[in-house]
Design a binder for this molecule. Structure first.
Ligand SMILES: *Cc1c(COP(=O)(O)O)cnc(C)c1O
Length: 427
């Protein structure tokens, strides 16, 4: 027990880390209460330092599609660690990673490895501005593309507006270069291009939004992005940091028959190691240093441990039965949750895309940020804590996506649905 002379980990954390954490969502501010501290993860399960166990549907916020400590990934990392962690010189693994990704993603003819999704989108926008010589970018409200200045901006509701910063420390001058429109709003998108078309360097979009919980694109939305960017000489950056190898093998945009100009990846391709990727048409990537004038570099880029982990994970997910099986299990869980909720008279809806889903306390599945925000978020909080008490760790915010993994068995799904049934009864 914590006292003045023997503070708890959470008290120690709060004294030396802002909010006790290294990334805000981990603080549980979205649901209230104190977060747990992790000791280990195995398969679908997290073990805490105080001896509790949780069935984990957060999975590192997406990367761990095979579950925790998958033997193939652990073995690859151990074997690489014996031979060194980082070289600052080319390795065969980097070439192999780039060959695998370019083979799986035709839109990515050439790519550069970086260390996070944030770095990937930041660099992709730099390339887009370098290619077009233009200043403005367009993003969608409720989409998260990382925490750099140009993209830490959301829209007000309604039509497209000029960006205002979401964070102190982002100069209004920089924010004003970012246009925003509501996700899935084709008319607002057209209006943004009608007014600013000649100034827009890039449209950056999640092909399935995953940072306002899960919101798939309505028919015509991504197609309109493709048409308008092409017509106006802007680039389409498909931010697949979350969706890449999560919704399907490769990118969600290409699975819908669309070809973006630039693609960003991270999360699943790093298997839990810090990784990001940006790439696209050879003509564009040929502008990146040392070939061209768009500068970008990184001490750890293409890091040996990260390449080993990512390659091992990609090897497993490339087996033909992988996505159909995982997606079917995700569907069993998602539809089961709706069914259990309805049994208890609770208005509940689900958006599923591949192996990710969002649960909403509202009658119909939301199509944009305002609709997600308009769901019963207080009820989500009670659902979260009810599930946690029953040994299931769901996303600690109504705006985060849930991630089933390969390690979740049919029995785990059943256990989750039984817990949900009990929780819904109390809501
Ligand atoms: C997580 C995420 C990012 C940021 O990636 P980090 O590795 O956290 O910097 C960017 N875009 C999308 C779509 C994401 O889900």
């Amino acid at each position: 027990m914590a006292d003045a002379t023997n503070p708890s980990l959470w008290e120690r954390a709060g004294a030396v880390l802002p909010g006790g954490v290294n990334s805000p969502v981990r603080s549980f501010r979205g649901v209230g209460g104190e977060p747990f501290f992790v000791r280990a993860g195995h398969g679908p399960t997290l073990e805490t330092v105080d001896g509790r166990e949780f069935l984990d549907y957060v999975m590192g916020y997406g990367p761990l599609i095979l579950g925790h400590a998958h033997p193939a990934v652990v073995k690859a990392v151990e074997s690489q660690a014996q031979r060194g962690l980082s070289y600052g010189a080319p390795t065969a693994a980097e070439v192999e990673m780039a060959e695998r990704l370019t083979a799986a993603i035709p839109a990515m003819e050439m790519l550069r490895m970086v260390n996070s999704g944030t770095e990937a989108t930041m660099s992709a926008l730099r390339v887009a501005r370098g290619v077009t010589g233009r200043r403005r970018v367009l993003k969608f409200a409720g989409s998260y593309h990382g925490h750099h200045d140009s993209l830490l901006i959301k829209a007000g509701s309604g039509a497209a507006t000029l960006g205002v910063p979401d964070s102190a420390g982002v100069p209004a001058d920089i924010a004003s270069l970012t246009l925003t429109a509501p996700y899935n709003d084709i008319e607002a998108l057209k209006e943004a291009f009608r007014v600013h078309g000649s100034e827009i360097a890039a449209v950056i979009a999640e092909p399935v939004a995953g940072n306002m919980s899960t919101v798939p694109p309505v028919p015509g939305f991504l197609e309109t992005i493709r048409e308008l960017t092409e017509a106006h000489g802007a680039l389409w950056v498909s931010d697949e940091v979350m969706t890449g190898f999560r919704v399907n093998f490769g990118t969600a945009a290409e699975a819908r028959g669309l070809t973006p100009d630039l693609v960003t990846l991270a999360k699943v391709v790093g298997a839990g190691m810090p990784v990001g990727v940006y790439g696209g048409r050879r003509a564009y990537m040929g502008l990146v240093a040392p070939l061209g004038p768009v500068y970008q570099a990184g001490t750890f880029s293409g890091n040996a441990l990260a390449m080993a982990a990512g390659l091992a994970q990609l090897g497993v997910v490339s087996q033909p039965a992988f996505y159909p099986t995982l997606i079917e299990r995700t569907r069993t869980l998602a539809e089961g949750l709706v069914e259990r909720g309805r049994r208890h008279g609770i208005a509940l809806s689900i958006n599923q895309a591949g192996a990710m889903f969002g649960l909403f306390f509202r009658e119909t599945p939301p199509k944009n940020f305002d609709e997600v925000a308009g769901s019963d978020v207080e009820r989500y909080r009670r659902y979260f804590h009810g599930m946690l008490e029953r040994g299931v760790f769901m996303p600690p915010s109504p705006f985060e996506t849930a991630f089933p993994s390969w390690a979740h068995s049919d029995g785990d799904i059943e256990k989750t649905l039984r817990a949900a049934d009990e929780v819904f009864r109390t809501l």
